[in-house]
Design a protein around this ligand. Structure first.
Ligand code: AKG
Ligand code: FE2
Length: 201
C-alpha cells in the first residue's frame, strides 16, 4: 500500500483517500487530454417510466470482454488509450489491485450530478475494489448508510479535489450509498474515473 493513502474511519466500510495522488499539473493536463479525446456518450435512463438524459456524459473503456449491462444490452468497452493505460497502471500500484475497466463521468457544470446508488452490480462481485480518480473542479462526494436502522450514521461529505484518489473496498457497497449532488456554486468541469474489475463472461 502506498503511503499517500490514509483511512477514512467509517463503520461497515473500507475507505482510503489520497488528496494528492496526481500532481496538480498532471491532473490538469490529463483533464484536458481526456476531455478532448474521449468518445463521450449522453445516455438516457428510464426514470419513473420516462426516458430522460443522464445529467452527465459517460464513457466506458476496458479489456475486451469486460462488457457491462446497460438497459438490457451487453455493451462492449472502448479500448484503452495510452493515457488511460498509464493511469490504470498507477492506480493499480497504489490500490494493490487490478482493474479491467474504467467508467468515465464528465460533469460539465454544477448542474450535472449522480444520484444515490451503490456500485453493486453482480458482475463486480460482493466486495469490489472501486478506485475513483478526480480531475478538475472540486465537487462534494456524499455517503450515507444504506440501512440506517442497522448502521446508524450521519451522512458524510468528502470534497474530491483534482488529482485525488478515493478507494472504496470491502463491505462499503453493501452498507453505504454514494452520490455526487448538484451545486449552485459556479464550478468548472469535473472528470471522474472509477476503475473496476468486472467478471468477464
Ligand atoms: O463522480 C463521482 O465521484 C462518483 C462516480 C460514481 O459513483 C460512479 O461512477 O459510480
Ligand atoms: Fe458509484
Amino acid at each position: 500500500m502506498k503511503h499517500g493513502l490514509t483511512s477514512i474511519p467509517l463503520p461497515a466500510a473500507d475507505l482510503l483517500f489520497d488528496p494528492a495522488f496526481l500532481p496538480l499539473a498532471q491532473a490538469n493536463a490529463l483533464l484536458t487530454e481526456l476531455t478532448n479525446t474521449t468518445p463521450w456518450r449522453h445516455e438516457t435512463i428510464r426514470l419513473f417510466g420516462r426516458e430522460v438524459l443522464q445529467p452527465r456524459l459517460t464513457a466506458w473503456h476496458g479489456d475486451p470482454g469486460a462488457a457491462y449491462q446497460y438497459s438490457g444490452l451487453q455493451l462492449q468497452p472502448q479500448p484503452w488509450s495510452p493515457a488511460l493505460r498509464n493511469l490504470r497502471q498507477r492506480v493499480e500500484a497504489a490500490a494493490g489491485a487490478s482493474f479491467n475497466s474504467v467508467l468515465l463521468n464528465l460533469y460539465r457544470t454544477g448542474q450535472d450530478s449522480m444520484g444515490w446508488h451503490a456500485d453493486d452490480e453482480p458482475e463486480l462481485g460482493p466486495e469490489p475494489v472501486i478506485a475513483s480518480v478526480t480531475l478538475g473542479a472540486t465537487r462534494t462526494f456524499r455517503l450515507k448508510p444504506r440501512h440506517p436502522q442497522h448502521t446508524p450514521h450521519a451522512p458524510l461529505s468528502i470534497p474530491l479535489t483534482s488529482g485525488s484518489l478515493l478507494l472504496m473496498r470491502g463491505p462499503t457497497q453493501q452498507h453505504w450509498l454514494h452520490a455526487l449532488p448538484k451545486t449552485t456554486r459556479p464550478v468548472g468541469p469535473r472528470l471522474n474515473l472509477t476503475f473496476r474489475q468486472v467478471a468477464v463472461k
